[in-house]
Design a protein around this ligand. Structure first.
Ligand SMILES: [Zn+2]
Length: 142
């Protein structure tokens, strides 16, 4: 009964779970992350764009993931990425405006106070969640 999902989790397995639920239910996923002095933001499964698994097909080994508890994070960075930019994208989508992050990754370097963005690869036919649920191709979010 929701149109937009905002991922506010702090671990990789939950990101995959939320991604898959969004693809299966045809919802877009606004996701931000932060670690140390860096943050990232993108909108998955939005207007034919890629989902999380399209970009990261295989979950990393748990011992290869640095979480905020071990790596640290400056509290203002998730504040900027979550409370500001993620909320902004949710409001833009909810109000019928286009998201700026549907097929790009916004990266924030708090140390140098710089933003940059990179274009993401397109939705992948080899993506496990799409491949196993072809009926979801037509339900690609708003
Ligand atoms: Zn995918």
């Amino acid at each position: 009964m929701y149109d937009i999902v905002a991922d506010c989790s702090d671990n990789v397995p939950t990101c995959y779970l939320i991604n898959d639920a969004c693809v299966l239910s045809g919802k877009c996923l606004v996701s931000a992350s932060a670690l140390r002095m860096e943050g990232q933001l993108t909108v998955y499964n939005y207007r034919g764009g890629p989902c999380y698994r399209c970009l990261y097909p295989k979950p990393p080994l748990p011992e290869k993931v640095t979480n905020c508890s071990d790596g640290g994070v400056l509290g203002v960075v998730p504040g900027i990425m979550g409370c500001c930019f993620k909320a902004l994208e949710v409001l833009k989508i909810a109000s019928g405006q286009d998201s700026s992050c549907g097929q790009q990754l916004l990266m924030f370097d708090a140390q140098d106070a710089k933003f940059r963005s990179i274009r993401l690869r397109t939705k992948q036919a080899s993506c496990a969640v799409w491949r196993e649920n072809p009926h979801c191709h037509t339900l690609s979010g708003l």
